[in-house]
Design a protein around this ligand. Structure first.
Ligand SMILES: [Zn+2]
Length: 500
């Protein structure tokens, strides 16, 4: 859809000297893309005139009239279309943005959208009073950057491509004014914050504190579990684990007896080289049944696992059960083993027996039921009221075997209370408790706290935390995903900062 537009004024001001001129020289048409009309692509055909400038001292001989309310000089789009495209580019990125534009009847290429986003002016960065600092993944596991967050207003302040301490120091000296800096525990950012903003209050992030505690507990769990496993294995060796439940051999019933008779009869007829059809006629059974009898080496093989009474395998079951407990679960191997001992039944019978054990899942030995170190660490960290019945029972059983676990759990829970309720003044007591009675892993953790004591204390006392960084890291992640990992850093930063 084309709209023809022209200016009504009789003349225009010379852009160089500002003098008014109505001396018409020539005219031409500018084509400006505009917002769609009734779902159709719209183009404004703007007729512009060229005027002469007669001011003797003005070097401009002619000039073209401008329509600044429509579009900038040389632009191919109206202002309102450009600002819509910039919004789309910021919100959706290149390729999805371009698809969306096609649907809106304002077709625009991916590269054009991205160029427009790149050309957007930077928003001036005001340093927040409470600054949260953390890292975020540019390429998961490979490249990291630094994210800076306003910890009070919960929005992203800036992204740094370089995750080093030096880059943060530089940023802090270019943007002075942060009164409080929440950062990780005594890592890269801690040292950078001390150098870049020596006057700011350093706050060790509570989330990182808990994370470090979890790491220490996991190391503790590895050690305790290894000892428990050894202990339990030794006990199992002396006790002898209970065998999988064995089906008791039962005296053959009527069905068994009849089957055995039939089996003998059919096999005798087979020995006389009668065909299956001939046998079927003779014993008055259908051919399928006869074939089943013919294929079974012994009558007992004919009974299903449920209807089973006695099988040729029964005599070998104790042996099989022992081998099963020892870890041999392969039917083919076990079949070979019992055959060497005189078993004359089929391999299928052995297989069927093992399937029963597999399905019934004989209880695994106790040492295999211990949780993994990570699971145990989280069991120790979780609030007692959050544990389900199974977890409580498991913990209770473990406590009985390892008093060290009881102590570690008490200390961990106490530390979490300090964090949750910000009772920093009790931190000294906690450290003293750990050093008098705690396991070595927790002693290591508390020694680490002492290296960064003031910030840890602040983290457990002040209300600030960079906990909101997590949420903002996720925002960056979403934007990054939209860019299909092809995000160049400058574009990612612009989209994140301006879309916020
Ligand atoms: Zn002029």
């Amino acid at each position: 859809m084309h709209l023809t537009v022209r200016c009504e004024a009789a003349g225009a001001n010379c852009p160089h000297c500002g003098a008014w001129s109505e001396a018409f020289h020539s005219s031409y048409e500018r084509n400006l893309g505009d917002l769609p009309i009734a779902g159709r692509r719209a183009i404004i055909d703007l007729r512009v005139r060229r005027f002469r400038c007669y001011q003797p001292e003005c070097p401009r001989k002619t000039f073209v009239e401008q329509a600044p309310i429509f579009a900038e000089r040389y632009a191919h789009r109206t202002r309102r279309l450009r600002s819509l495209l910039e919004d789309i580019g910021l919100a959706l990125g290149g390729r999805p943005g371009s698809r969306h534009c096609t649907r809106l009847a304002i077709p625009t290429s991916r590269t054009t959208l991205l160029r427009m986003v790149r050309a957007l002016p930077e928003r001036s960065i005001s340093t927040p009073t409470v600054l949260g600092v953390d890292e975020f993944a540019l390429r998961r596991g490979r490249r990291y950057g630094t994210i800076l967050v306003d910890a009070e207003a919960h929005h992203i302040v800036d992204l740094l491509e370089d995750p080093s301490a030096d880059a943060l120091v530089e940023w802090l000296s270019n943007h002075p004014g942060a009164k409080v800096i929440c950062r990780d525990r005594d890592g890269v950012y801690a040292s950078a914050a001390r150098r870049g903003a020596p006057d700011a209050l350093q706050v060790a992030d509570r989330w990182h504190l808990v994370h470090n505690l979890a790491d220490a507990l996991e190391r503790f769990a590895v050690r305790v579990l290894a000892a428990l496993r050894k202990e339990l294995k030794a006990e199992e060796f002396t006790d002898g684990a209970p065998p999988p439940e064995l089906p008791l051999p039962v005296a053959p019933g009527r069905l068994i007896a009849r089957n055995a008779e039939r089996h003998d009869e059919i096999h005798e007829l087979m020995a006389h080289r009668l065909t299956v059809s001939a046998i079927a006629r003779r014993v008055r059974l259908d051919r399928k049944t006869v074939r089943r009898f013919a294929n079974a080496e012994v009558a007992a093989d004919l009974l299903g696992p449920r209807g089973r009474r006695a099988t040729a395998l029964d005599a070998y079951l104790p042996y099989l059960a022992r081998r099963w407990r020892e870890g041999q679960h392969v039917a083919a191997f076990l079949f070979d083993e019992v055959r060497q001992q005189g078993y004359r039944g089929s391999k299928r019978t052995v297989r069927r027996q093992l399937t029963g054990w597999r399905v019934a899942e004989p209880p695994p030995p106790a040492h295999a039921m211990l949780p993994g170190p990570r699971t145990l660490a989280w069991l120790l960290l979780r609030r007692p009221s959050d544990l389900d019945e199974k977890e409580q029972i498991l913990l209770k059983q473990l406590y009985e075997r390892s008093p060290e676990l009881v102590c570690a759990r008490q200390l961990a829970q106490h530390f979490l209370r300090l964090v949750r309720e910000r009772r920093g003044r009790e931190l000294d007591d906690w450290v003293a408790d750990v050093h008098s009675a705690g396991p070595p892993e927790l002693r290591g953790f508390s020694r680490n706290l002492q290296h960064d004591w003031a910030a840890v204390h602040a983290g457990l006392t002040e209300r600030w935390s960079s906990g909101c960084v997590e949420g903002n890291v996720n925002k960056v992640k979403v934007t990054k995903r939209q860019m299909f990992g092809r995000a160049r850093f400058d574009l990612l930063r612009k989209r994140v900062l301006l879309a916020n």
